[in-house]
Write a protein that binds this ligand. Structure first.
Ligand SMILES: Nc1ncnc2c1ncn2[C@@H]1O[C@H](COP(=O)(O)OP(=O)(O)OP(=O)(O)O)[C@@H](O)[C@H]1O
Ligand SMILES: [Mg+2]
Length: 583
């Protein structure tokens, strides 16, 4: 868990670094682009201002050059008079060009004519005059110490026929009047002269500010230095300054040299919009990255939660599976146990059936031995008699005796065969059984006992076979039991009679009725080990009816016992056998 948290912190740190790097890069690039645009616009603004100024001054320069060789002025310098005409000429020119002063001087520097004021001024020593004396065009600017006004001076020479400079025409311009139409327009532009002093500007507060030494910024001639710092951003040199409300606090510094008028044009272009634009771009990119990061973080967290839930689920499934397989094996074990118990039960039932049969045989053994003994004695008698008749040469009678012997032997064989079949301990298949034959056998097996106990048996045997579903030996066992029980019940009764009848309704039904005392407790007779007979006696296990019940039920039949007016009646119901049902 701690590892996961540490991992998440590392990812967040990496993401923050990425965010800072990318948005910083966007800022830098965007700032550079915006500054490039601003620089381009600023350069054209600066060029426009410089061109405008030089064009303004050019007029006066050209005026000086064109007027210097004027014949009126030349005549004046030749001492040929005409001062009035010359003054009028100069005044006319000054009025038309709004020049502050137009004067004509001789080579000595004496002013011969002036548009305003009087002649007589000495120009000797003034730089522009000296340059004109040398045949060049004199350009100079200065500040009038008396009025404090700035002025530009243009001095053009007038050459004599021998090439000598015979006179100089000077045109002076008031810079303030030039500036007038320009002030406050566009970005701050200032023209710095050779003395590193602001001489012309569209921001009057910057006038006469100076650049001292090799410093980049400017300072006012008197008073405290305003804040100034030169910084580099996105490859551009920017000025951060506090030069009053009309100069931007952050500006791009541009320079354009103007050698014609001996100055440098400089401008401070506001860089704040570029900074704002770059800041905006960086903020947008940062916001996008941040949103993406948050989305990613949420997705990761959701995935983690899902994985945890999955793990819990898997754990539960595994636990359930284990429990299930455990109960499965338990179930399988129980099934095996049940199967084993069932097999044991079946075996016990089979054993019981066998025990029941043996018990019945025990009950009948006396009768059976009598049944076999009697014909044996008779056979012996008949055989002796047959021998005697043969001696007396009466072969017909002897043959008759032998026939009887044969019949008796056959009857004994049948009895023994029935006994063996009855006592056999093996399962027989269920199928077609002749019910008449079954009852015949049961009667035959019990006849010896009944005769010994003086019991009458009435059995109205139907003609032909009556076929039922069942097992022959087991059905015989059922009827032997019923006959034996009836005989047992009638032990103390004078008139002993068993009536067996076969009915054929929806099912086949065999009634075994007796003339005994009836059933004591009809509800309990089919319970195993329920017996009213003497405990410990050979007859009285209480199993006969319960075994019979199981056997009949296994054939799909039913057995029940009730009391009638004369005694007890037991009814065995069976399904009739049919070809279709067997198929
Ligand atoms: N025909 C009958 N008349 C009166 N009571 C009967 C008759 N048949 C059966 N019973 C009663 O039902 C009881 C149970 O009979 P069942 O054949 O199951 O056992 P048992 O005859 O007592 O002993 P076993 O048959 O095991 O030797 C008998 O003890 C008897 O009380
Ligand atoms: Mg019995």
């Amino acid at each position: 868990m701690r590892a996961i948290i540490r991992h998440r912190y590392a990812i967040r740190l990496a993401f923050a670094l990425l965010l800072a790097t990318v948005s910083g890069g966007v800022w830098w690039f965007g700032y550079g682009q915006a500054l490039a645009q601003i620089e381009e616009r600023g350069k054209s603004d600066l060029a426009l201002a410089a061109d405008w100024l030089t064009a303004q001054l050019q007029r006066y320069q050209e005026l000086a050059v064109l007027m210097a060789p004027h014949p009126t002025l030349v005549a004046l310098s030749g001492g040929r008079g005409g001062e009035g005409a010359a003054k009028a000429l100069l005044l006319d020119a000054a009025d038309k060009t709004t020049a502050r002063a137009v004067v004509y001087a001789d080579s000595e520097g004496h002013v011969l004519a002036s548009a305003f004021g009087d002649a007589g001024e000495i120009l000797r020593g003034r730089p522009y005059f000296e340059r004109a004396l040398h045949g060049a065009l004199g350009v100079y600017h200065d500040v009038d110490p008396a009025s404090g006004r700035r002025a530009f001076h243009f001095a053009a020479p007038s050459f004599a026929s021998d090439g000598r400079v015979q006179g100089v025409l000077v045109v002076s311009v008031d810079v303030t009047s030039v500036e007038e139409n320009w002030r406050g327009d566009g970005p701050p532009v200032f023209f710095v002269d050779d003395n590193k002093r602001v001489f012309i500007t569209n921001r009057s507060e910057l006038l006469f500010w100076e650049r001292r030494g090799d410093m980049a910024g400017l300072v006012p001639p008197v008073g405290a230095r305003p804040a100034f710092r030169e910084i580099t951003r996105a490859g551009y040199a920017l000025w951060r300054l506090d030069w009053g409300p009309y100069v931007p606090n952050l500006g791009l510094h541009l320079v354009k040299p103007l050698p014609v008028i001996g100055m440098t044009a400089e401008a401070v272009i506001d860089a704040a919009p570029a900074r704002q634009l770059a800041g905006l771009q960086a903020a947008v990119v940062a916001a996008l990255i941040l949103a993406f990061g948050i989305f990613l973080d949420q997705a990761m967290r959701r995935r983690q939660v899902l994985a945890q839930a999955n793990a819990v689920l898997e754990e539960r499934v595994a636990a359930r599976t284990e429990a299930l397989s455990l109960s499965n094996t338990q179930l399988r074990r129980e099934i095996t146990e049940r199967q084993e118990a069932e097999a044991a039960l079946k075996k016990a039932q089979a054993d019981l059936v066998q025990a029941g049969k043996l018990s019945a045989l025990g009950q009948m053994s006396a009768g059976i031995s009598h049944e076999l003994n009697q014909p044996l004695m008779a056979i012996r008698q008949y055989a002796d008699n047959a021998a005697l008749f043969l001696e007396r040469e009466k072969p017909e009678v002897a043959g008759d005796n032998l026939g009887r012997i044969s019949a008796m032997a056959a009857r004994m064989a049948r009895i023994i065969k029935n006994l063996r079949a009855f006592a056999r301990n093996e399962s027989e298949p269920m199928g077609k059984v002749d019910l008449v034959q079954v009852i015949e056998t049961a009667v035959e097996l019990t006849s010896a006992r009944l005769r010994a106990e003086d019991v009458r048996l009435t059995w109205d045997m139907p003609e032909g076979a009556v076929l039922a579903w069942g097992g022959e030996v087991r059905l015989v066992q059922v009827f032997v039991n019923l006959i034996n029980n009836a005989a047992d019940a009638m032990a103390g009764v004078a008139d002993k009679e068993i009536t067996i009848s076969l009915r054929h309704d929806a099912r086949l039904a065999v009634d075994v009725a007796d003339t005994g005392p009836g059933i004591e407790d009809p509800d309990r007779i089919f319970e195993p080990f329920y017996s009213t007979k003497a405990v410990g006696s050979s007859d009285g296990m209480g199993l006969g009816l319960s075994i019979s019940y199981g056997l009949v039920q296994s054939f799909g039949g039913a057995i029940r016992g009730s009391n009638s007016a004369r005694g007890a009646v037991f009814t065995v119901e069976l399904d009739p056998w049919s070809e279709e049902a067997a198929a």
